[in-house]
Design a protein around this ligand. Sequence first.
Ligand code: CA
Length: 501
Amino acid sequence: MKFKDCILPSIGLLAVSCTGQEKRPNIVYVFPDQFRCSAMAFWDSPEFAGAQPWVADPVVTPNLDAFARESLVLTRAMSTCPLSSPYRGMFLTGMYPGRNGIYSNCMALRPENTLRPDAVCISDVLSSEGYECAYIGKLHAEVPMKNDPANPGSYVSSRNPEWDAYTPPERRHGFSWWYSYGTFDEHRNPHYWDTDGVRHDPHEFSVEHETGKALEFLRTRDRKRPFFLCVAYNPPHSPYSNPETDCVAEDYALYSGMSLTELYRRPNADTTMSKAPSAREYFANVTAVDRGFGRILEELRAQGLDRNTIVVFTSDHGETMCSHSVDDPKNSIWTESFNVPFIIRYPGRLSHRTDPVLLSSVDIMPTLLSLAGARVPETVEGQDLSAVFMSGEGERPEAALYLRNVNGEPDADGLYRSFFPVARGIRTAGHTMEISVKRDFSLDGIMIFDDLADPYQMHPLPREENPELFQTLCAQLRKKLEESNDPWYRDNILDKILEQI
Ligand code: CA
C-alpha cells in the first residue's frame, strides 16, 4: 500500500489509519437477476411473522434463511426502474438514469443508452481508496460495440439486433478482476470474458461456475488490500421452461411434483397462463442461487472474514410470475416486480432486525460507501441511509420513485436515440400509485393501492373516492420527480396531467 493511495474516510465510522487500511471492511455484493422478494422461505417463519403483509413462495432457501437471521433485512427495498440495465446504472453510480446514461435495457438499437464512461462508480471510489474490485457475471450496462477481442471490428454477438457486449478494460470503472459478459440467456451454456479479454465457454451451469470464480477470487486476492466483490448471477431470470437446459435436476426435483395450486400461494396469480408451469424452473433456480450464495458465505467463514465483511444479497428487480395475468415479468410497478430482496450483514455494526425503510436503487452506493468509511462523491443523487441501517434513527425517505420508459421514435436508421417516459409512480409506507400517459401525454391511467390492507394489489382505490390520499401521493411523487430532475418534472408532465382531470 503506497501512502499516496491511502485516503482517510471522510466520516468517522471506522478507526482506520494508513498503516491499518487492511482493516477497512470488505464488501461482497451478490445480486441474481429477477429474484423476487417473496422467493425466500424465511418470511413465513415465526421470527419474521408480520414483517411482510404477503406470504412467501414455497421455496427452499436454507442459506438465505440462516443469513437473514443474522442480518438487517429490508422489507421495502424497491427497484426504481425494474429492468436489468437501469438498475445496474443506478447501483453502480448512485445517479438516476438522466445522469448515469441508462434509461432502458442496453442493446445495439439504443446506441446512446449506456453507462457514461465518465460516471463515478462505486468501484471507481473503492479502487481509488485501495480496494481490489472484482466483477463476476452479468454486467448489462454497456451498449454492444464492434469490439470483440477475438474478431476486431465485430460484435461479440451474432444475434441481430445485438444484445451481448464485451467491456474493455478502460470501461471497467476500477474493477481490476474481471469475469463478465453483457447479457446472454443460456443458463447451462454461459460465456464470459476475463480480465485479459479472453473468452471462456465453460459448459457449466452459470450459478455454479460463477460461484467457483468467486471462490477463486477470494482465494487468490491481494491479502494486503480490502476487496469489493460483485457477483451478478443471471438465474432465476428466464429462460425457465425446460428443466433439461434451464436449471439443475436436483433443484428441479424439489418442485417438479408440486401442483400449480401448491406452487402459487398468491391469490393474484393466474395459473391458467401458459407460463404457469415455469414456477418450477424459476423456484429451482432460486434454490440454486441460494446454494451458490451459501458457498460464498462458507468461504468467507473459512477465511475468518465474516466479521469484517459487509455482505449484501439483493436483486435487480423481481418477477411477476403470473400475478395480475401480465406476461412481462418485470418493468412494472406491481409489488412482485418492484420490491426486491435486500439483506445486509455487517457483524458488530448492523444488528439483526427487519426494517421497512424505503430503499431506492440510487441509495445503495452512498449507503455502502458510508458504511465502509469511504467518501461519497458529489455526483451521487441517492440518499445515504447508513444511519438508518446502523441505529434505526436518521432521516427516512417518504417515498420510493418508480420509472417506466419505452422507446422513443426511431430515427431514419431504425435506431432509438430517445425514450418516452410512459409511466411514473411511487411506493410510500402504505401505498403504491402509478400514473401512465399515452404518446400525446394525455392521461392513460392511474392506479392506487393500499399495500397493507390489499397486499396483493387486487382492489385499486378510485382516486375520485380518495381525493386527499390522491393529493398527498401526487405531492410525494412531484417531490421525487424534482429530486431526480425527471422529464415529468422538467417538462411539467405531471402538472399537465393533473390539469386534465
Ligand atoms: Ca434483469
